[in-house]
Design a protein around this ligand. Structure first.
Ligand code: GDD
Ligand code: MN
Length: 645
């Protein structure tokens, strides 16, 4: 359902036509809709008119507020009453054509945008009869906003628009600031969204009634921008950038003094070298401290050089600009030296920050770049994720739980490197941690997995070749761990026939047999399977789903610390379900990505590693088990006994 809010104050002359046109336009979307007029007790009787119109229009609603008069809070009050999953707002004076609504809605529906903005500043959009001065003021205001808040507004050309639709979840958890004067700014600063689309329209002259927005607006607006900048912590970038600038000034000053006074270089040469050193100094600090995202997104050397060149270019231009300005101010206009030089430095600083934060390091704020980098389709940007650039033996995968291909990157792994085909890196006792590609989270169901990961062939080869002498040496602790697991399994099932998936050297099989189970194992490693067979067990060598000769049906399937290694765990769980007797039990263990340790350790959590392909939480484990046809009886903590010898 679409819920469109129209705030009104003294719009009696416009409201009937607006309701008529908006109603027609919304009907064209063939969605259920409601139009909520939020009127701040207009003295001209707007509310009475709306009430009359609503009598024969079930989709028209009226909200009258007494004692309040504010455009933004009116819109928010409307959203609170709204029932739609698509929310929007539009002015009540017909300066924005309601006929654009179906197009705005189409952007949400078909192109996957989270916010669709009616925009004056994209091709095809504009303002009707504005004077040059009015255009200039509007343009400056927008530019200023983009400058102060590149992270928030960087890619929206008309952030001042009061005409837009959005998905409800964008603002669901957001604490919108009720006194913010421009509601879209608030949404962009605090909402949760990936993509904003703009649809052009011509902002018409007001035909009837008068504008409510008077003096002081510009100042309030600036205050609003500064406030958002601080609250979204974008201001921190400006402070960091300025601090780096100071170190650069220091480098320049020291170099100049030393070369000129001590080494007796000619002044221009000393100054030139000083500037070069300062630019280099600033580049390094900004790259590392101010805008670290750019390098994380594209760690290639080529991109580094591109950024360095851009930075040097903009900064050199800034230096020339400031010198020219100082020459004009002090030389031609005869300003005193200190304010003249300060003005020059300030202008250069503004120029440098704007160009470099918006062009050189634009990756840090540009949601399109960020989300494109996170999409498999974003081949043109992120080399680590580009299909044609996938390292041999790696493949991009879909979410194993819901099949979606949309994901967000939680932890970007090391950049592409030659594939490691040494099977011993897959040893159970392998300490090769952190060697993951990217740890990502499904945007649709939240499952966490590694992407890209080793393809099936590589995995099969690697696991088949594993041998692991340390494992046998450490077996003391494992015997006790598995002994307890057999005990716990006994609480849910009577001993019967059991298959242990990934039985490795058969330590669990031994414990289970001792407790009366009739056991077989499945194990891909030839070395481990052989050891298990030597202990007298039947072991099928290879992948679980290829083990067709298993003596099904079973009373229990166990999968200990193996599920996270499987490329298609859902299919394996379904397979497990199919070989179990009705009412029989599946028992498995895996690590918990939502554990306190995992959350504290972040990307350094030791279990984020190459051989772990899927990372479960209690939640996602439960959902996958249910998707495979199981009913979850219990989720318990699992302790491993590790010997420290
Ligand atoms: N409920 C309520 N309370 N509505 C109000 C109030 C108020 O205090 N003040 C204004 N409105 C309503 C008006 O009735 C109109 O429907 C809409 O808000 C826009 O007000 P205008 O007075 O027409 O403002 P504007 O045309 O100068 O500015 C508009 O243009 C911007 C684009 O530049 C604003 O609507 C912005 O939202 C829009 O982005
Ligand atoms: Mn208006």
């Amino acid at each position: 359902m679409i819920s469109l809010i129209v705030p009104t104050y003294n719009e009696r002359q416009n409201i009937a036509a607006l309701v008529e046109r908006a109603g027609k336009a919304l009907a064209l979307t063939s969605q259920p809709f409601e139009l909520i007029i939020v009127d701040d007790a207009s003295p001209d009787g707007t509310a009475e008119d709306v009430r009359r119109l609503a009598a024969e229009r079930p989709w028209l609603k009226l909200l009258v507020r007494e004692g309040e008069r504010d455009l933004s809070t009116a819109v928010m009050a409307g959203w609170r009453e709204a029932r739609g999953d698509v929310l929007g707002c539009m002015d009540g004076d017909l300066q924005q054509p309601p006929e654009l609504l179906p197009q705005l809605y189409a952007r949400l529906e078909s192109s996957g945008a989270d916010i669709a903005v009616g925009s004056r500043n994209v091709r095809g959009g504009g303002v009707s009869h504005w004077s040059l001065l009015r255009r200039f003021i509007s343009w400056t205001a927008t530019l200023m906003a983009t400058f102060i808040l590149p992270g928030t507004l960087g890619e929206v050309r008309d952030p001042m628009s009061g005409y837009f639709l959005l998905r409800r979840r964008v603002i669901d958890g957001a604490a919108l600031n009720p006194v913010g004067y421009k509601i879209l700014l608030e949404v962009l600063a605090r909402g949760d969204y990936r993509r904003v689309d703009e649809v052009p329209f011509i902002f018409d002259e007001r035909a009837l009634g008068e504008s409510k927005l008077g003096g002081g607006i510009m100042l309030k607006y600036l205050a609003h921008l500064v406030r958002i900048s601080i609250e979204t912590r974008e201001a921190v970038r400006i402070v960091k950038y300025a601090a780096v600038g100071l170190t650069g000034a220091f480098v320049y000053y020291v170099a100049l003094l030393w070369l000129y006074a001590t080494r007796h270089w000619p002044l221009p040469a000393a100054a030139l070298v000083g500037v070069a050193l300062a630019i280099f100094n600033n580049f390094v600090w900004n790259e590392v401290v101010t805008f670290p995202e750019a390098r994380r997104l594209d760690p290639s050397t080529r991109a580094l050089f591109r950024r360095m060149l851009a930075f040097a270019g903009f900064s050199a231009a800034g230096a020339v600009l400031s010198l020219a300005l100082i020459a004009v101010l002090v030389g031609a206009l005869e300003w005193p030296t200190t304010p003249g030089v300060l003005a020059g430095i300030l202008a250069a600083g503004l120029w440098n920050f704007t160009t470099n934060s918006n062009l050189t390091w634009r990756a840090w704020w540009n949601r399109k770049i960020l989300s494109r980098a996170a999409q498999p389709g974003g081949a043109d940007f992120n080399p680590a994720l580009a299909a044609h650039d996938l390292p041999p033996g790696k493949r991009l995968v879909l979410c194993n739980l819901c099949g979606s291909q949309r994901f967000a990157v939680l932890y970007r792994g090391r950049s592409t490197r030659a594939p490691d085909l040494d099977p011993n890196s897959m040893r159970c006792t392998s300490l090769e941690h952190g060697g993951f590609t990217n740890i990502v989270q499904c945007s649709d169901c939240g499952l966490i997995y590694q992407n890209p990961c080793d393809d099936d062939e590589t995995l099969a080869k690697l696991y088949a070749g594993v041998d692991d002498p340390v494992y046998e040496r450490e077996s003391g602790g494992r015997v006790r761990t598995f002994g307890r697991l057999v005990e716990r399994l006994g609480r849910y099932a009577q001993p019967g026939r059991l298959v242990d998936v990934g039985c490795y050297t058969g330590i669990f099989l031994e414990q289970a047999r001792r407790a009366g189970w009739d056991v077989v194992g499945v194990e891909p490693s030839a070395w481990a399977a052989k050891l298990a067979r030597e202990k007298g067990f039947t072991v099928f060598e290879g992948a679980f789903r290829d083990a067709h000769e298993l003596p099904a049906p079973f009373d229990a399937v166990t999968i200990w610390d193996v599920i996270e290694h499987l490329p298609d765990p859902l299919a394996d769980l379904k397979h497990a379900h199919s070989i179990l007797k009705p009412g029989a039990v599946l028992a498995l263990s895996t690590m918990d990505t939502a554990s306190l340790f995992a959350r504290l350790a972040g990307r350094h959590w030791p279990w984020y590693m190459r051989m772990h392909l899927v990372y479960f939480t209690r939640e996602s484990m439960r959902r996958m088990l249910e998707a495979a046809g199981f009913e979850v009886l219990a989720i318990e903590r699992h302790e491993r006994i590790v010997s420290l010898r």
